[in-house]
Write a protein that binds this ligand. Sequence first.
Ligand code: ATR
Length: 287
Amino acid sequence: MKITGETKVIGIFGYPISHTLSPLIQNAALEALGLNYIYIPFEVKPNNLESAVKGMQALGLAGVNVTVPYKEAVIPFLDEIDIDAELIGAVNTIVNKNGRLKGYNTDSPGYIRSLHEDAGFAPKGKTILVIGAGGAARGIIAGLFLNGASEIIIANRTIEKAEEIRLNYAERCRSKHIQIKTASLSYLKDPQILSSVDLIVNTTSMGLEGVAPDVDFASTSPHVLISDIAYKPPVTQFLKKAQGAGRKTLGGLGMLVYQGAISLEIWTGQKAPVEVMMNSLRAFLNE
Ligand code: ATR
């Protein structure tokens, strides 16, 4: 990588930031495209977020990703946000266009692109069970909603959080003829419901605790797709159980790569080299 007087700077704001895989994926892509950009991790300490965002304008950064814990907190400092970011209430990508900052959320279209490209699944007209109602679930639900799912069931341990998301969509659902329902985790064992679902996606952080949502996979339709947005390990315990029951599965690596690919496309206007990005990630994770 050659840095010159014309190199454009992009990067990622977060705290902590050392865990991020984005510099690895993005710099591999920029190099493959031969673009004179560099992607840098920025550790932005709490209380410094506003000055960091203003610094983008002052220093002429072309754009940044935003990660935990700033995806929501960054919104008041932006000039504009797009529809995904508005529905989710979170921004993971900012582009600096002549000093005007626009926020996007590429987690949501990133998941949808992974569904299409990696699993041949189109959400339009489908019934989908989303497990979890945290920040990640909000991104997935927005993508499914915007891409025409006919029914979304949100199952969560804390039902109030699922209900909060449902209410946020109530008005929009009426005009789009989409149904959003909420359920407790006991729903994951209801054969009548499970057999009618086309996609089940685990968005919970349960995997970090070494457990997985207790879905009765034997009661699901043989055509169902089972997806987990976690990517470490690439085949999570949840997906292993689904595979054991003979179900098709989709891991979280694709979503990670595609959200990065869409960010890159927003910043540079070039088609992202998805293969290169995926290979850099796989090599790092020793797959
Ligand atoms: P993220 O941003 O990764 O979505 P989050 O907003 O903290 O993280 O949300 C975590 C999700 O995992 C929530 O839906 C949470 O359920 P609650 O809303 O009831 O907290 C779910 N979750 C985490 N650990 C869980 C567990 N042991 N059992 C069931 N659900 C769990």
